[in-house]
Design a protein around this ligand. Structure first.
Ligand code: AMP
Length: 405
């Protein structure tokens, strides 16, 4: 199958070509005809499968046909990073169509809010929003969605995890009843099915092999003890020919201390965590995207949103607790049918987590021996500082840490 088979208008076809899409991905092949036919859809597809194009292309085709005078589509996404990435895909695909879009999310200063307000007042065609900020614009009366024809819930499972269910239902109460609703989710727990029942009408189901990492990922594990992790990581970073690398840790304290250690070893790395200002996070992502920054260290928050081409190595410095998070983390490499490497460090405490991951992916992950040079590093009897859980303590208001949740 090719994109020609969908018969998109010539301007949209130009956008598809300029984005370098030649063959539809499986989720695009399955979902696009159904959405073009006007049916609601519930699709189980992870980031990295081409799911964004699967809903954007038919929606852009529809807006191209029906006119560009009002806000026709609303895309709800869990994080500002994802909202921005979706907006970038809209900009690329819609470049020759004259269809406009804006990403609406919280944070930032008053001028960002003003800019969003102006975009909304100008009847931008597609709004990509995080739920909280959209409600602010809806309740202020600036945003009217009377002509909306498409509602898309992207990463719906993540939105529910983040507690957005009530906000989503409130937003839906402002929308016309007659509309097409498309729900995309990486996982399909019962809560998502109940949400689907209440917001979709007679939906078609689309599912591509759930919870399986892309075939192009070379997955490896090292069995290590904690004291070996950082020296092994340094060895991999120095000796491997990797150019664009994501390192995942289980907590932001570990992210920060590992970044300090690697910087002390003169490595060009940045730590990405919730204590940073939005501007700082955007700068880090941009320089990573532009290939000026080769290494980002972060927690799982990083694994959901980041859509950067050419990531060739993902390192799990700690094994993620939820096997689905393993899939999300390693899915940052080998995107859209390229190849990549995913390395996981497993200490004895994390063996059971590895077992759950291997059960989920239904195969053992290749074990690589720790290099001889590191074999002599002794296990420390107590955990290194970075791996210790922070002590609970009572903070008076005055001493409250600035740290965000
Ligand atoms: P997504 O799963 O929507 O986050 O898409 C993952 C990446 O694949 C994005 O960088 C898209 O630009 C890219 N992509 C989506 N569809 C295609 C396609 N048909 N051919 C090549 N790349 C694609």
């Amino acid at each position: 199958m090719t994109f020609q088979d969908f018969n998109f208008n010539e301007h949209l076809t130009e956008g598809v070509i300029s984005m370098g899409f030649t063959t539809p991905t499986p989720v695009q092949e399955m979902a696009i005809p159904i959405i073009l036919a006007g049916q609601d859809i519930i699709a189980c597809a992870q980031t990295g499968t081409g799911k964004t194009g699967a809903y954007l292309l038919p929606v852009l085709e529809h807006i191209g046909k029906t006119g560009k005078h009002h806000t026709a589509a609303l895309i709800l996404a869990p994080t500002r990073e994802l909202a921005q990435q979706i907006d970038q895909q809209v900009e690329g695909l819609a470049y020759f169509t004259g269809i406009s879009s804006i990403a609406v999310f919280g944070g930032g200063d008053g001028s960002a809010y003003e800019q969003q307000r102006r975009g909304i007042q100008n009847n931008v065609n597609i709004i990509i929003a995080t739920p909280g900020r959209l409600i602010a614009h809806l309740t202020s009366g600036v945003l009217k969605l009377n002509h909306l024809t498409h509602l898309i819930l992207d990463e719906a499972d993540r939105m529910l995890d983040m507690g957005f269910q009530d906000d989503i239902m409130k937003i839906i109460s402002y929308l016309p009843k007659e509309r097409q609703t498309l729900l995309f989710s990486a996982t399909m727990p019962g809560r998502i099915r109940s949400l689907a029942k209440s917001v979709l009408i007679n939906p078609a189901s689309v599912s591509i092999a759930v919870s399986q990492p892309a075939v192009g990922i070379d997955q490896q594990i090292y069995r290590v003890h904690d004291a070996q992790k950082t020296p092994l990581l340094q060895m991999i970073l120095k000796n491997g020919s990797y150019n664009s690398i994501l390192i995942f840790c289980s907590r932001k304290e570990i992210v920060k201390s590992l970044a300090r250690e690697l910087k002390a070893a003169r490595m060009n790395v940045s730590a990405f965590h919730s204590d940073l200002e939005q501007r700082e996070r955007e700068e880090i992502l941009l320089s990573f995207k532009n290939k000026q920054l080769p290494v980002i260290i972060g927690t799982d928050a990083l694994s959901r949103g980041i859509d950067v081409e050419g990531i060739d190595l993902v390192v799990n410095y700690d094994v993620p607790g939820d096997p689905e998070d393993y899939i999300h983390r390693i899915g940052r490499t080998a995107r859209a049918e390229t190849t990549g490497t995913a390395i996981t460090f497993v200490n004895h405490r994390d063996e059971h987590k590895l077992k759950s991951i291997e059960q989920l992916i239904d195969k053992p992950i290749r074990l690589i021996a720790v290099p001889d040079e590191l074999a002599g590093i002794q296990q420390v009897r107590h955990e290194p500082a970075a791996n210790k859980r922070p002590q609970r303590r009572q903070w008076g208001n005055k001493n409250k840490p600035k740290s965000k949740p």
